[in-house]
Design a protein. Structure first.
Length: 407
């Protein structure tokens, strides 16, 4: 077998799509002995694995383990990490994960998110007021990037004037050298510089007993107690906020900018979407999520044997679910390499599935719709400078980091 797939290989990180096609067609359960890890590439297989919630697969080694973790082979099932100091809650698959998630998810639930729509539109138009007179700018970073980062800042209590720095820190944290992958533990100190001061201030303000503005994500975590009765310290609280800090900042801008680029290359589809943006943009959004979502894969570690396509994944071995490959699976989506704005989409893995389904699902979908709607409303004509667009190699967030545009 001459074919070789490794998510940390430089050629794969530069363009994984051709590898995904071969994996889907010829090696749907592909074993990587160097990492003692299986790669799943077909939609149905990933759908099946991620919906398993009986302890067969766990996230004890992280949902995005770097090469340094995968290089250490396990001899059997992996235990949950210790509670103290509490790591990021996504490494747990017990009730603890659900309890911590529930403690800080209130502003990300459907009703709460719906109340943010006016603010997202306001932020989008503030950016357009600044950008459109310039005539040319970076669609990914300067439009969607700042809006998404500003929303994250407001939700987490970070001053919104720090949104550009938050965006830059998160972008830098998802890049990787070949052979290593993304190591969020290394990037974490930079992230915590923004989050720990928020927690410290909030704890002090709460102890003063005065009336406070709403900050339910931080407050929920400050009020949470572990099963042994202990509360979280400031770093532990900040660590639980990383999913919102990272995921809420980076993904949406890349989907919006890339989606607008795809529409601009298809005048007939652009005309159709513009005919009724209020009704049609939410439909086009679903195809943008499928076609443009930058997240490549997430990992699980087997705790019980699991058989698929004649292969048995043994306890301690890992599986990476290639979501980006599933989004291009012709078994689920006819003509998957074509962008079709009104494609019927019955099932989606763009936000994952199962217990670790994206906590920011509702907010992300709303942000994509609003950013696209406001752009189409205010920009009658634009041209993407495709030759100058950059898509930096990454084992995780393979999306267009920079898309220059002229209006």
């Amino acid at each position: 077998m001459n074919f070789r797939y490794d998510p940390f290989d430089a050629q794969v990180m530069a363009d994984p799509l051709p590898y995904y096609r071969i994996l889907r067609d010829q090696y749907p359960v592909y074993y990587m002995p160097h990492w003692d890890t299986y790669a799943l590439s077909r939609f149905e297989d990933i759908w099946r694995v991620l919906e398993v919630n009986d302890g067969t697969f766990v996230a004890s080694e992280g949902t995005l383990p770097p090469a340094s973790v995968l290089a250490q082979h396990n001899t059997g099932p992996v235990d949950d990490p210790p509670l103290h100091p509490l790591p990021f809650h996504a490494v747990f698959d017990t009730d603890l994960y659900s309890d911590i998630r529930r403690a800080h998810s209130q502003p990300l639930r459907p009703k709460s998110v719906a109340g943010l729509e006016a603010r997202i539109r306001e932020l989008a138009n503030e950016r357009l007021d600044l950008l459109l007179p310039r005539g040319s700018f970076d669609l990914t970073q300067e439009y969607g990037g700042i809006v998404a980062a500003s929303m994250v800042c407001e939700l987490l209590g970070i001053p919104t004037d720090r949104a550009p720095q938050v965006l830059a820190a998160v972008n830098a944290g998802s890049l990787a050298e070949p052979g290593e992958g993304v190591d969020t533990a290394e990037a974490r100190p930079n992230y915590l510089e923004y989050l720990v001061p928020v927690v410290e201030r909030r704890r002090t303000d709460r102890s003063s007993g005065g009336a406070l503005p709403g900050l339910p994500i931080v407050d929920g975590l400050l009020g949470y107690h572990l099963p042994d009765g202990s509360a979280l310290n400031d770093v532990e609280v900040a660590t639980q906020m990383l999913c919102i800090f990272i995921g809420g900042t980076e993904t949406v801008p890349k989907i919006v900018a890339h989606g607008l680029w795809e529409l601009s290359q298809r005048p007939d589809q652009m005309t159709a979407v513009r005919a009724d943006p209020a009704a049609n943009v939410p439909i086009a959004r679903e195809e943008m999520l499928r076609y443009c979502a930058p997240a490549q894969w997430f990992a699980r570690t087997a705790r019980k044997p699991f058989s698929i396509h004649g292969e048995t994944i043994e306890p301690g071995q890992r599986v990476i679910t290639l979501l980006a490959s599933a989004n291009r699976d012709e078994r689920e989506y006819p003509e998957p390499d074509e962008f079709i704005w009104d494609r019927p989409i019955k099932r989606s893995l763009a936000f994952g599935r199962g217990q670790h389904f994206c906590i920011g699902y509702h907010l992300a979908r709303l942000e994509v719709a609003v950013l696209v709607q406001e752009w189409l409303r205010r920009v009658p004509d634009y041209e993407i400078q495709g030759d100058a667009a950059t898509r930096l190699p990454s084992s995780f967030q393979w999306g267009w980091n920079n898309i220059p545009v002229e209006v």
